[in-house]
Design a binder for this molecule. Structure first.
Ligand SMILES: [Mg+2]
Length: 230
């Protein structure tokens, strides 16, 4: 860690999309794949209790209506647990068929190695389900990198914009919030983590988009363009 105050970080919690993996992969590869495959997947796994449960959770009265609801949620990036679970199942088929591999920025693995060597633990907090995270890191462009990560959190812990979620994560990892560094590309998530007592680092992979998005708002976080600057 180059930033003096981050040297105290014993646990580095990271977001995936836009932080360690390019937005393109999730938005232009994973989401369209799940939308394309959804109908076929549901019909092929019609009796799977998990699939039935996900369809029921949409609140729709027919399977067709449930599928339409789910397709709309994909379009609108609604982070509903039923959709996340179904997407995880569909992506498993894609990964196993080698239809795609999860993207990781070049700086990610070298820094994970360095931080692990320094005795820091690494974890993930993503809106993608734990099952989807497991697939993501198992089938990455760098191969199976799951060994670097000691814990995974998803929306079952709560919203990424709610500071209570970060308190719960700290309690589960056994570290004091002041020993945890949260790394994300979303200011609101970092605000919530900071309120819970975490150290925070904002990753800006695309400065043009960030400056546009940031206009008129203040940012209380250290800003970096890649993990190796931390
Ligand atoms: Mg993100």
């Amino acid at each position: 860690m180059k930033t003096p105050e981050f040297k105290a970080a014993r646990f580095v919690l990271m977001d995936i999309e836009g932080t360690i993996s390019e937005l393109f992969f999730v938005r232009q590869v994973l989401f369209p794949y799940s939308a394309e495959r959804l109908r076929t997947y549901v019909s092929q796994h019609y009796n799977n209790p998990t699939v039935r449960d996900c369809l029921r959770q949409t609140g729709a009265t027919t399977d067709e209506a449930a599928i339409q609801t789910l397709l709309n949620w994909i379009k609108q990036d609604v982070k509903h647990p039923a959709l996340k679970t179904l997407q995880g199942l569909i992506w498993r088929e894609g990964y196993e068929a080698d239809a795609f591999r999860a993207h990781l920025y070049d700086d990610v693995l070298p820094m994970w190695r360095e931080w692990r060597t320094e005795g820091r633990e690494l974890g993930i907090y993503s809106s993608g389900s734990k099952a989807a995270q497991d697939l993501f890191f198992r089938y990455s462009v760098e191969g199976d990198v799951r060994e670097y990560l000691s814990s995974h959190f998803d929306l079952s812990t709560g919203s990424k914009r709610d500071s209570e979620s970060y308190r719960e994560i700290a309690a589960e990892t056994g570290y004091d919030p002041s020993e945890i560094l949260f790394v994300s590309d979303v200011v609101e998530e970092l605000d919530a983590a900071q309120s819970a007592g975490y150290m925070t680092a904002l990753i800006v992979r695309n400065p043009a988009i960030f400056e546009n998005d940031r206009a008129g708002r203040s940012c209380k976080h250290h800003v970096f363009s890649s993990l190796d600057e931390l």
